[in-house]
Design a binder for this molecule. Structure first.
Ligand SMILES: *Cc1c(COP(=O)(O)O)cnc(C)c1O
Length: 223
């Protein structure tokens, strides 16, 4: 078995039912992605428009799902709209509007997560919890027929301090529950909690994650 296949099997064995593994394949070759596909992996995460487009046109199995997980500039939405199913990194109303517009043009409905900023660093993208609530309360998203807001995404503080990481995920989980109650109480689709990467996905799952985004633990270090 390839190293990629072994890693995928090992991770999947430890996952509770209902947790989706997104294999973060950014900067890795099509050969590595094919190994992951052959090992049963179907959901791939990419963070650059110029990379997800050629990859999705090369690895064309019908049952693959491409997720966009990186920072997304509104002017790149048009490039990816035909190919991706879920965008994890929506961090402004402007971006959400552009996703709605471009998905309408290609006659699709794109699934979106709001990226919330819970980490201590300033540099991270994402909406503060307050900005996230404000965007939802403002309500323009309700008129957007070609998007669906399916949950939240976050990244924890980049630190070895496990308590700090746990706190970040717990904050995202509390916000998720609040939003669910206030805006999506009757909407089953609002259900995705995308947090946890190679170094912290176990903590993330303990703190309510049901979608983990794992790169280096599957594919090794990025080039
Ligand atoms: C690169 C990346 C990951 C995966 O990180 P690893 O530490 O390699 O598992 C997860 N989420 C986002 C948003 C990323 O950019």
């Amino acid at each position: 078995m390839s190293q990629v296949a072994t890693a995928i099997h090992q991770i999947k064995q430890t996952l509770p039912p209902g947790v989706t593994l997104v294999a973060v394949s950014k900067f890795h070759s099509i050969e590595k992605l094919s190994e992951a596909y052959d090992a049963g992996q179907r959901v791939f995460g990419e963070s650059r428009a110029q990379e997800v487009v050629p990859k999705s046109q090369t690895l064309t199995h019908d049952d693959i799902e491409w997720h966009f997980i990186g920072h997304l500039q509104p002017n790149k939405v048009k490039m990816i709209a035909p190919f991706v199913t879920l965008i994890h990194s929506v961090d402004s109303l402007k971006l959400l509007k552009e996703i709605n517009k471009q998905s309408a043009k290609v006659d699709r409905k794109l699934h979106c997560l709001l990226e919330v900023k819970v980490a201590a660093e300033d540099s991270k993208h994402g909406l503060t919890p307050e900005a996230c609530l404000e965007l939802l309360r403002e309500g323009e998203w309700r008129e957007m027929a070609n998007i669906s807001i399916d949950g939240l995404m976050c990244m924890a503080t980049n630190t070895d301090d496990k308590d700090r990481i746990r706190q970040d995920f717990a904050q995202a989980h509390a916000l998720f529950k609040q939003i669910k109650q206030e805006f999506f109480a009757d909407a089953e689709h609002f259900s995705i909690r995308s947090w946890g990467m190679s170094d912290d996905y176990e903590i993330a799952i303990e703190e309510g994650s049901n979608m983990i985004r794992v790169g280096s633990a599957i594919f090794g270090e990025r080039m």
